[in-house]
Design a protein around this ligand. Structure first.
Ligand SMILES: Nc1nc2c(c(=O)[nH]1)N=C([C@H](O)[C@H](O)COP(=O)(O)OP(=O)(O)OP(=O)(O)O)CN2
Ligand code: ZN
Length: 124
């Protein structure tokens, strides 16, 4: 394969967390839980020797160690320094991963099966 070919690889995770949205004009101001689905995308050149942008194994362990372990079965209001909306959680995750992996491209966070947010590493 020629070098310099760019690809985007994505690893998918789930975690269960509780949160509440203070001052929200509805029942989401009460503590409730979600099974969040997290999609982490890394962009890079396909390495000629490995045939990979990044080993899925390495991406999995990076995200589990630095993100999932901090959020799973936790009360997000106690973890994040801001209101734990889907948007803020995704930005927080994106910043954490970007420090560890500069080739991070995008974080997509599903709060419910019908509600998601996308944050691009270039924007945080
Ligand atoms: N922009 C945002 N809006 C809302 C957020 C958020 O994080 N960002 N969060 C909530 C609630 O926490 C909760 O997620 C409710 O979301 P919603 O999509 O309304 O959930 P439903 O189960 O009611 O979804 P349906 O599929 O439409 O039944 C609220 N808003
Ligand atoms: Zn919620």
């Amino acid at each position: 394969m020629d070098n310099n070919i760019i690809a985007y690889i994505t690893k998918v995770f789930t975690f269960d967390s509780a949160h509440s949205l203070p001052n929200y004009p509805g029942h989401c101001r009460n503590i409730h839980g979600h099974t969040y689905k997290l999609e982490v995308t890394v962009k890079g050149e396909i390495n000629n020797e490995t045939g990979m942008v990044m080993d899925f194994y390495d991406l999995k362990h990076l995200v589990k160690e630095h993100v999932i372990s901090k959020l799973d079965h936790c009360y997000l209001n106690d973890v994040l320094p801001c209101v734990p909306t889907a948007e803020n959680i995704a930005v927080w995750i994106c910043q954490l991963i970007k420090v560890k992996s500069p080739s991070l491209y995008q974080v997509k966070l599903w709060e419910t099966p019908t509600s998601c947010v996308e944050v691009y590493a270039a924007d945080v």
